[in-house]
Design a protein around this ligand. Sequence first.
Ligand code: GLN
Length: 192
Amino acid sequence: MKVGVLSVQGAFAEMAAYWRAQGADVFEIRQLADLDRGMDLLALPGGESTVQGKLLKDLGLFDPLKANIEGGLPVFATCAGLILLAERIEGSQTLSTQTLKPSKWFGTLPVAVRRNAYGRQLGSFTTRGAFDGKPDVEMTFIRAPAITDVLSPEVEVLSTFGGRPTSVRWRNATAFTWHPELTHSLAEPRAK
Ligand code: GLN
């Protein structure tokens, strides 16, 4: 399987290492020409979503990647990657009303998120819990967003923490507020 890892900012090296460990043929997406290589899955790593969104625009990657995602390309997104996919970002200055589509986010995944939702005290923490039928998976959160709302009944919730979804699957996207790629806590990633 060929995996393209968005590598403009953030924890792309960890994401690439994770997919290599799964036996994938991994390449980095840094510029438009990289998309010519074609991929079976797009991986969106953690980092700083606002910076990633801006760089995607500046590099001309935003529109083609969005078209690919909307066209059904499987996407595996963690943390900032989830924020990039979210249809609604709470408290975002960029969105003047909630009905507007985000301009610096793909906005293709029907969930609402709040960035840095766990505050400074709980900026980073690890917990364990059920994920997608696996009873006991390590989940590491780093300045994580929260999924505050699920905007379609088709969204499948794969894990929760404190009563809120922490990973979801919807159509071609699997997205996490935590970092399976850092702890390799999923032996067999379900990124269909
Ligand atoms: N807080 C970051 C953001 O808003 C996400 C943190 C992460 O990816 N580890 O983009």
